[in-house]
Design a protein around this ligand. Structure first.
Ligand code: BTN
Length: 238
């Protein structure tokens, strides 16, 4: 019998027209097993205090809450989202940029923000689905599923698939540990073995991902592990 993993994790589904941030809303509920979805966000949050562009209707803004915090959640979420989007995009290039940006043909199609408060962790996912216009500052960096494939997607169905994939990967992690997540990440990550830049612009080569989920870099001959932050590809400016 096919197990629906999401049934194990999701107890309550909340659909909103507009909210400040699905992550904030979900954390304020202070309960595990909540799935919060909005059609638009007034103050969508990105990583590193950045805003997340959240216009109405065309995209996915969703948060799932879990009952503990775990430094591996951001990577598990990245791997699960990459797998779902790659299935839809078939022969297109869908890659994970550490820790969990999803790039489609080299541009950002989805982002993940994990935030914890007390025992609750909010896994927030933003996916550009049917969006075809962006403000000037994003238009060279962002893309959407529809823009690349020419197909319009059903947002509700896609949310269900994303939640099921997230729940499945969490189950894999609980059962088998981090090794399968690490293996999948290394198979589908941007630039393993290639040149990149650290946040302060220092050239580096990306070598590996540790079992703690840290990125291993060679920075000018020195092997360094990065536990948080960001790396930039040679062709990327931000
Ligand atoms: C990033 O790449 O910087 C992370 C972006 C995460 C955006 C999502 S949209 C749903 C959830 N609610 C938020 O306020 N942020 C996340």
């Amino acid at each position: 019998m096919m197990v629906r993993h999401s049934k194990v994790f999701i107890r309550n589904r909340i659909e909103l027209d507009i909210v400040d941030s699905t992550n904030k809303y979900a954390l304020d509920l202070d309960k595990e097993g909540q799935l919060v979805i909005a059609r638009a966000q007034r103050a969508g949050r990105g990583r590193k205090g950045r805003p997340w562009y959240s216009p109405e209707g065309n995209n996915i803004y969703m948060t799932v809450t879990l009952g503990k915090s775990d430094p591996k959640y951001p990577l598990i979420a990245g791997v699960s989202l990459r797998q779902t989007l790659a299935m839809l995009m078939q022969d297109r290039d869908v890659l994970i940029k550490w820790p969990n940006d999803i790039l489609l043909e080299g541009k950002k199609v989805a982002g993940i923000l994990c935030e914890s408060r007390g025992k609750i962790t909010a896994i927030g996912m933003g996916v550009n689905v049917n969006q075809d216009v962006w403000p000037d500052e994003l238009k060279d960096k962002a893309t959407s599923l529809a823009l690349i494939s020419g197909v319009q997607y059903n947002i509700g169905q896609l949310i269900d698939t994303i939640v099921e994939s997230l729940a499945r990967w969490i189950s894999i992690y609980i059962r088998d540990g981090f090794a399968p997540v690490r293996r999948y990440f290394l198979q589908h990550a941007v630039a393993i073995g290639k040149s990149a830049f650290t946040e302060d612009g220092t050239p580096c080569t990306i070598l590996d991902l540790t079992m703690e989920g840290h990125l291993v870099l060679n920075i000018q001959g020195k092997v360094v592990t990065l536990s948080s932050g960001e790396i930039f590809m040679a062709s990327q400016t931000a």
